[in-house]
Structure formats: structure tokens, C-alpha cells
Design a protein around this ligand. Sequence first.
Ligand code: UDP
Length: 323
Amino acid sequence: MQKVLITGAAGFLGSHLCDRFIKEGFHVIGMDNLITGDLKNIEHLFKLDHFEFYHHDVTKFVHIPGKLDYILHFASPASPIDYLKIPIQTLKVGSLGTHNLLGLAKEKKARILIASTSEVYGDPLVHPQNEEYYGNVNTIGPRGVYDEAKRFQESITMAYHTYHGLETRIARIFNTYGPRMRLNDGRVVPAFIGQALRGEDLTIFGDGKQTRSFCYVDDQVEGIYRLLFSNYIYPVNIGNPDEITIKTFAEEIIKLTETKQKVMYKDLPIDDPMQRQPDISKAKEVLDWEPKVSRSDGMKRTLDYFKGFSKGELEKSEHRDFS
Ligand code: UDP
């Protein structure tokens, strides 16, 4: 039986990846320090023989006994309010954490896939963003701790590939949404849904003309899965190119949730990218992959998940303003 280590296992993407690898018949070791992850996301896996959980911080030496075939490094805060709250941990997990996992991969002769991000493009000046674009990043801005850690992560991963011959894969993940997002992580999807369900106005930052392109989590997981088992070692964008302004998105959520609430405007956070849309030609070519789930279907499934929250849980997760 093949063994895979998934870091950030209790997080949004990590937990969905655990599900997928269990379903594919792997022995899954989930690892998380639970700073931003939540055990609720993987509770259903604990009863399985082929799932283990290590409560561990990957910025410290990582030891896994026995053989290991694959590593997926998905441990990292991934929302702007987290970068503001825990900037040093954000830098460390992308840099020191990645270094430890590359060392582990080398020791075990395992293939490693790292979760990079569209944030390596910063506030991009090229649209849509393809993998050849070098980006426009403010190193000392609030997002710099994430963006630069992820850029370093890509560099050290390529260095381990070229210098040590390690089998490496790099996924550049664009905005992804779905069940198990943290309701109060400040990201726009849970923020708008939470506000609508609590009967609050939806907070649009800036004039709402900035764009994003939202990928449903099942599509994202499929792209990552295919990339791991492909032979392609350079970065690959994985996201949904269906671009929308945040204002139109807020209107869609109002319609979907049938809320009587309206939108309200707040200041745009510093370095908030104005336009973001993946060019996924590479993923189509090398992975034969493209997203299948429409925004309306994906948002319905996501809303259903959040509708399962009790009133108390919804109130507790009151939207945190970081503008
Ligand atoms: N946003 C917003 N209202 C909110 C939360 C976010 O208008 O309550 C905007 C935010 O300024 C950004 C977009 O939605 O332009 C996406 O934000 P998110 O934090 O989800 O992701 P990122 O900016 O990292 O793409």
C-alpha cells in the first residue's frame, strides 16, 4: 500500500486531499499544528485503519517512521487576516517547513508536491496570468509574508530537484472555495455567505470592481491529483478562469441566499490585487484537466454546508473586518 504524508491535513484543502487519497486506496498520514486547521474537518477519518494523524508543526524537524512514497505540503495560513495575525508563522511554514519536508522527501526518496499560489504573481500586470509571468509583489506589504514565503518555496523546491534529483511538483493554486472553509477566515466566499446567513449586509471592499476567479474544491483536488502523478516538474496554474467582479459576486450571493440584505462598502485592503484570472493552458495540455463545476453549482453546495451550522456557530464566527 502506498503511503502519503499530507501537511495541513486539518485545513480546507488538506482535508479534502486526505479524503481523496483515502478513496484512492492510499495509507494517509495527516499532519497539522492546528493553528488554522480544525480537527472537525478530518474527524470522520480517525476511525479508519489507513489514516493516522500527527499533531506536529512542520517548521520543526519532521520524522515519519518507515517508508513514504508521496508528500503533499499544504500547511500554511492562506488568508489575508491570517497573514496579519501570524506573519512569522506564515513565513516559517513556507520556508523552514518546506525545507524540512524536502529533506524528508530526499531521505525517503518520496515525490513531493508543494502548494504554491497565485499570490506569487502579486498584483499582476499581465492578464490572464500564465506560468511564465514573474509577478508584481510588494515584499514588505501585508501579503508579502505569504507571497515571498511561497516564492522562496518554489525556488528551494526547484533547487532540490536540480541539485538532488528529487521528484518535485509545484501547483500554483488560484482562489478555491467549498465546504470546510473557515467561516471567519475573512475570505470573500465564507464572508459573504456568513453575512447573508446572519442577516447582515455584505461588505464589499473598495468599489467591488476587482476581479477573482473561483474554483470549486473538487476541481482543485482533481487538478492537484493529476499533477502529482504527471511527469511535469515546472509550476502549473490550477484554478477556474471564470472571472467575476466582487460586486457581481456579492449580487449572486444575495440572490442565492434569498437574503433581504444589501451591500455596504468598506476600504480596500492594502495590496489587494485588482484582477486575477488563471491561464490554464498548461494544465489542459499536461494534465488534460479543466474545471467542471460551475460557480452556481459550487456555491449551492457551499451554501448547503454553511446552512448546517447552528445559529450559535454562525454568531461565534462573526465576520472579522481587516480593511
Ligand atoms: N472581499 C470583500 N469583502 C469581504 C472579503 C473580501 O470585498 O468581506 C474582497 C477582497 O478585498 C478581495 C476579494 O474579495 O478583493 C477576494 O478576497 P479573498 O480574501 O477571498 O482572497 P484574495 O484577496 O487573497 O484573492
